[in-house]
Design a binder for this molecule. Structure first.
Ligand code: PLP
Length: 403
């Protein structure tokens, strides 16, 4: 039997992150080590990168770039603003909402969870009532729940949090640079994300944007956080110049609170440049069309998306697997036979769903069409009957007619 993955050296990454990298981003890492605290890196590479990221985050506040991943951004934000005993309201609509609940619990917060059924809409009046009842110091939301392929109304939640004087902490790990995330306009106090999804940078960096209100909360703490390394206030004290609201007089020596990985920053610098050169509106529209094409393809194969159609994500497609088909077998066959890596679902829906990312580079016909084609062939190999080519044809129609 012929193996179509034989001629490839690695599978194409259609999982919901890490995702494929543009070649200039890969090339940016091919250089000798820089000294992370030397001006030639700190001022010439790091500083312009975080300034460019402000435009990507749509904020006038600081964006902090640290070694780590999305969950580093979540934990650093939590330990920086939450003190033991603080009341917080955590919206849990899937695996990543639960992750935030766990981080908050370990930080000693008194957590109230607002549980949303997997794949269902968020009941805003119920959330408003809970905020009113709990009076939390912070409200947290996962903007794009990667485990179910859903996007939640961050602007509305931000309004409710702000109305109650609570901090608004938003996980945008699978949203930023793929879905419109308006940090300042939505009143996001801590916008927490990772490098390896729609930013299309390598895995290894955590990013957090910090509002003035969040800085004030950090400054008013009774005690410094028990974590030294992830205390975000140290960035304001040791690295951010006074001209941008920090405490380091412009032109005087400064130090990074944590040593910054130079190769990853060089890659991030190119990623940010490519995003801004493309332009945010174009980038968001591209993700929207690619996700619609994926959905049209899936529907034409006789399959359904997992979640409520009103909240389907433009960066992660979570698809109900056909009855009787093993999702792990679908993933293995797509990778081993056709050279394309998609994901199974997570946790409770691991065995019943498949997940496909449309992120950064992969939000395009160049990636979506071969993925649908491989999915159709794989499902046929595994005994699912569908009209051959129907999924690809339906997706092509969406791409062809998109303006
Ligand atoms: C919404 C969301 N939050 C948090 C995380 C955790 O991020 P990381 O795996 O980069 O630590 C992920 C990872 O997939 C995610 O999708």
């Amino acid at each position: 039997m012929l193996n179509w993955a034989q001629g490839t050296t690695r599978p194409i990454l259609m999982i919901p992150g890490p995702t494929e990298l543009p070649f200039p981003v890969i090339q940016a890492m091919n250089q000798p080590p820089a000294i992370q605290y030397d001006k030639s890196f700190d001022e010439v590479v790091l500083e312009p990168t975080v300034l460019a990221l402000r435009d990507v985050f749509q904020t006038k506040g600081e964006v902090i770039l640290m070694p780590g991943s999305g969950r580093t951004a979540l934990e650093a934000s939590v330990v920086s603003v939450i003190e033991p005993g603080d009341r917080v309201l955590v919206v849990v609509a899937g695996v990543f909402g639960s992750l935030m609940r766990e981080i908050m619990t370990r930080a000693g917060a008194e957590v109230t969870e607002l549980t949303v059924e997997l794949g269902a809409r968020l009941d805003l009046p119920r959330l408003a009532a809970e905020i009113e009842r709990v009076r939390p110091k912070a409200v947290t939301l996962v903007h794009n729940e990667t485990s179910t392929g859903t996007t939640y109304p961050a602007a509305d939640v931000g309004k409710l949090a702000r109305g109650a004087g609570a901090l608004f902490m938003l996980d945008t790990v699978s949203a930023i640079a793929g879905i419109d995330v308006r940090t300042d306009a939505w009143g996001v106090d801590l916008n927490m994300t990772g490098s390896q999804k729609c930013l299309a940078a390598p895995l290894g960096m955590a990013l957090v944007s910090v509002s003035d209100r969040a800085w004030e909360v950090m400054e008013r703490r009774k005690q410094r956080p028990s974590s030294l390394v992830y205390d975000l206030l140290r960035w304001k004290e040791r690295w951010i110049p006074t001209s941008r609201g920090g405490q380091v007089p412009d032109g005087t020596p400064r130090s990074q609170p944590i040593s910054i990985p130079t190769h990853l920053t060089a890659a991030m610098s190119v990623s940010a440049r490519l995003i801004l050169e493309e332009g945010l509106p174009h980038r968001f529209r591209r993700h929207e069309v690619a996700a619609s094409a994926l959905r049209a393809g899936v529907a034409a194969m006789g399959l359904e998306m997992f979640a409520d159609p009103a909240i389907l994500s433009n960066t992660v497609g979570c698809i109900k697997a056909p009855k009787g088909i093993d999702t792990a077998a679908v993933v293995a066959r797509m990778r081993d036979q056709y050279g394309i890596l998609i994901g199974t679902g997570l946790d409770k829906i691991r065995a019943s769903t498949l997940r496909i990312g449309t992120m950064g580079m992969t939000a395009s016909p160049q990636y979506v069409l071969p993925t649908l084609s491989a999915l159709e062939m794989t499902l046929r190999d595994l005994g699912h009957t569908a009209d051959p080519g129907a999924g690809v044809a339906a997706a092509q129609r969406v791409f062809a007619t998109a303006a």
